[in-house]
Design a protein around this ligand. Structure first.
Ligand code: NM2
Length: 564
C-alpha cells in the first residue's frame, strides 16, 4: 500500500491545528480577532528587534557559507550537470517564491511610503519620494531572499549529498536533535512550518483575489462581489491543482515558463512605453540610496520615540518586521522547493543564484511598475494616492495599469499574470506540503496527497473570506510563524554541523577557503605573468621614455649634499 508512505501524525497534526485556530474564529469571530490582534502586536513590538537581527544574521551567514568550503559541495554526484538550465531554474525559483503579491506591492507600495515615510521624514517631501521608491526593493531584496535560501541549505544537502529521500523540515534538523526528529518534536517542527505556510498563503490570497477581481471588473464590467471572488478562487485552484497533479517537470515548469515570459513582456512594455528615463534614473538612484543605507534600514527600530515627546510611526513593525515574518513563514517551503530543483548545482551557486536572481527580479518589478506609478503621481497625470485612499489598493493598482496605452489589453495581461503567479506559488506550496507529510519521497509525492493539499490551501481562506476573517488568518499566520525564527537558526546550525563534519572527514579534502588559498592565488598570478605577450613599443612609450630621461637628469642635477 502506497499510503504507508504517509506520515499520519504530521498530516493530521497540521490539519487539526488549523481547525483549532479556524473553528473558534468562525464561531466567535469578534473575540477571536481581538485575541489574535493582541498576540500580533505583542510579538511584533516586543520581538521586532529579534526579527531584524535574525534576518541580518541570516544574510551574513549565507555570504560566509558561499565563500567557505561548505559552499563548494556539489548537490548530487560528481560531474553531474544541473538538472534545469539557469533560465528555467531562476524562473521556477522566482515563480515559486513570489506570488501575485509582487504585482500588488510592486505597483502600489511606494504610495504607502510616500504618505507614511520612515525616519521621521515629512510625508510627500522630496526625501519621502526618494525613500518611497527605495524601501520596496529593500523589503523584497537581498535580506529577504537570504531568508528564503537558508532552509534550502540543509534540505538540499541531506537530499542530494547524504541521499536521504526525505523532504521535511524536521529531517533537516536531525544533526541537532538526533532521533527526536522521528518523535513528537520532529512532528511539532513540521506542523508549525505547515501552519505558517498555510497562513502565509492565506495572506497572499487575501491580497491577490480582490486585485484580480478589480481587473476582471475593469475588463468585463461585472461587479466585484463574493460570487466573483469565489469563482476566481475556484479558477486559480483548478489551474494549480492540475499543475500540481501533473508534477514538477511538466505542470510546474510549464506554468513557470509562461509566467516568466508574460512578466518579461509586461515589464518590457511598461519600461519602453512608459517614462523610460524617469524609471531608469529613479531605479538607479534607489539602488544607491539602498546601498548607502543598507545597515540603517536593516536595523532601524525607532527606539527613542517610545520615550520622548516624539510621534511613533510604527513603521518598523508594520513594514520591515511584518515583511520578514511573512518571508519567514514561506521560507522552509521555498527552501524545500529550491533544494528540489537545484540538483547538479553547488551550494555556492544555489546561494548566489537565489539572492542575486531573486533580488534582480524584485528590483525589476518595483523599479519599473512602481516608478511608473510614481511618475503618474508626480506629473499629475493620474492621482494614484487619491484613488488608493478613496477606493482602496486593488482599484488603485488596476487603474495605474489602466493609464498605459492599450489599457484594456494591458489589464488583461496583468490580470492573467496575477492568476498565473498565484497558481505557481500554490502549485509548489501544495507539492511541498504533500512532501512534508510523507515519510519518504522517492521521486515525487503521491498524487492524491498533492491534490489534497491543493484544495486544503484554498478551502480555509475561502471559508474565512465568506466570514470576513481573512485578515485575522494573516495575522494568525504571522503569530504562528514566530517559532520559525528559532527553527531557522536550527536549520543553519544543522547544515554547518553536518557539512563541516563531512568535509573534515573526507580523505580528498584540501582546504580552499579564500583565506587559506593564498598559495594557489600566488601560483595563478605567476602563471598568468608567464603567459603575457612579449612587450612591444606602443603609443605611450615615447611619453614614458621622456619621463625616465627627466628623472635621470633631475637626479644628476641634485647636489649630493645629503650628509651635510
Ligand atoms: N512574500 C515574498 O504572496 C506572494 O507573493 C508570496 C510573499 C513572502 C512577501 C510570497
Amino acid at each position: 500500500m502506497k499510503n504507508r508512505l504517509i506520515d499520519w501524525p504530521t498530516f493530521l497534526g497540521a490539519f487539526i491545528l488549523l481547525l483549532i485556530i479556524v473553528v473558534p474564529l468562525v464561531v466567535f469571530p469578534e473575540k477571536g480577532t481581538e485575541y489574535v490582534d493582541v498576540a500580533n502586536s505583542f510579538i511584533t513590538t516586543n520581538f521586532g528587534v529579534l526579527y531584524l537581527l535574525v534576518a541580518l544574521g541570516i544574510f551574513f551567514f549565507l555570504i560566509y557559507v558561499a565563500i567557505s568550503d561548505n559552499g563548494r559541495v556539489k548537490l548530487g554526484d560528481a560531474g553531474e550537470k544541473p538538472e534545469f538550465n539557469n533560465f528555467s531554474w531562476a524562473g521556477m525559483l522566482f515563480c515559486a517564491g513570489i506570488g501575485s503579491s509582487i504585482l500588488y506591492w510592486g505597483t502600489i507600495e511606494w504610495a504607502y511610503y510616500y504618505q507614511g515615510p520612515p525616519f521621521g521624514i515629512e510625508p510627500g517631501t522630496k526625501e519621502a519620494i526618494a525613500w518611497s521608491s527605495t524601501y520596496g526593493i529593500f523589503h523584497w531584496g537581498p535580506i529577504a531572499w537570504a531568508i528564503y535560501t537558508l532552509p534550502a541549505l540543509p534540505m538540499a544537502y541531506f537530499y542530494y549529498v547524504r541521499k536521504k529521500p526525505v523532504l521535511k523540515v524536521s529531517e533537516a534538523t536531525r544533526p541537532l536533535i538526533g532521533n527526536k526528529a522521528d518523535g513528537p518534536l520532529g512532528t511539532l517542527i513540521d506542523v508549525l512550518f505547515m501552519f505558517g505556510l498555510l497562513g502565509g498563503a492565506g495572506t497572499t490570497l487575501a491580497l491577490g483575489t480582490p486585485m484580480i477581481a478589480e481587473g476582471i471588473n475593469y475588463l468585463t464590467g461585472l461587479p466585484v462581489n463574493m460570487i466573483m471572488k469565489t469563482l476566481i478562487l475556484a479558477l486559480v485552484t483548478a489551474i494549480f491543482a492540475i499543475s500540481a497533479y501533473s508534477g514538477l517537470r511538466k505542470g510546474i515548469k510549464v506554468l513557470s515558463d509562461v509566467n516568466l515570459w508574460l512578466s518579461i513582456f509586461l515589464l518590457a512594455f511598461v519600461f519602453v512605453v512608459g517614462p523610460t528615463r524617469f524609471i531608469s534614473e529613479t531605479t538607479t538612484n534607489s539602488i544607491g540610496l539602498l546601498l548607502d543605507n543598507f545597515f540603517h534600514m536593516s536595523t532601524w527600530t525607532e527606539p527613542y520615540n517610545r520615550l520622548g515627546p516624539y510621534d511613533r510611526t510604527g513603521f518598523p513593525e508594520s513594514w520591515t518586521v511584518f515583511y520578514w515574518a511573512w518571508w519567514l513563514v514561506y521560507a522552509p517551503f521555498v527552501g524545500l522547493f529550491v533544494a528540489k530543483i537545484s540538483r547538479g548545482r553547488s551550494i555556492r551557486q544555489m546561494i548566489m543564484g537565489t539572492i542575486i536572481y531573486g533580488s534582480i527580479g524584485s528590483l525589476l518589478f518595483f523599479g519599473i511598475i512602481g516608478n511608473y506609478g510614481l511618475n503618474l503621481q508626480l506629473t499629475g497625470e493620474f492621482d494614484v494616492i487619491n484613488v488608493l485612499n478613496e477606493q482602496g489598493a486593488p482599484r488603485a493598482i488596476i487603474e495605474t495599469i489602466g493609464q498605459l496605452p492599450f489599457a484594456w489589453f494591458m489589464i488583461l495581461v496583468f490580470t492573467v499574470l496575477a492568476i498565473i503567479f498565484l497558481a505557481t506559488t500554490f502549485d509548489s506550496s501544495s507539492y511541498i506540503l504533500a512532501s512534508v507529510v510523507q515519510k519518504e519521497v522517492e521521486d515525487e509525492p503521491l498524487r492524491w496527497n498533492r491534490l489534497f493539499w491543493a484544495f486544503a490551501l484554498c478551502l480555509l481562506p475561502l471559508t474565512l473570506m465568506f466570514l470576513g476573517g481573512l485578515g485575522t488568518l494573516q495575522t494568525a499566520a504571522i503569530v504562528g510563524g514566530f517559532p520559525l525564527l528559532f527553527i531557522m537558526i536550527m536549520l543553519g546550525w544543522s547544515f554547518m554541523k553536518a557539512s563541516s563534519g563531512d568535509i573534515r572527514n573526507s580523505e580528498h579534502y584540501e582546504p580552499k577557503t579564500f583565506a587559506l588559498n593564498y598559495k594557489k592565488i600566488v601560483e595563478r598570478v605567476r602563471r598568468r605573468k608567464k603567459k603575457k605577450k612579449p612587450k612591444q613599443k606602443g603609443p605611450v612609450d615615447a611619453h614614458f621614455e621622456e619621463e625616465e630621461k627627466d628623472k635621470d637628469r633631475d637626479e644628476d642635477d641634485q647636489p649630493h649634499n645629503d650628509r651635510e
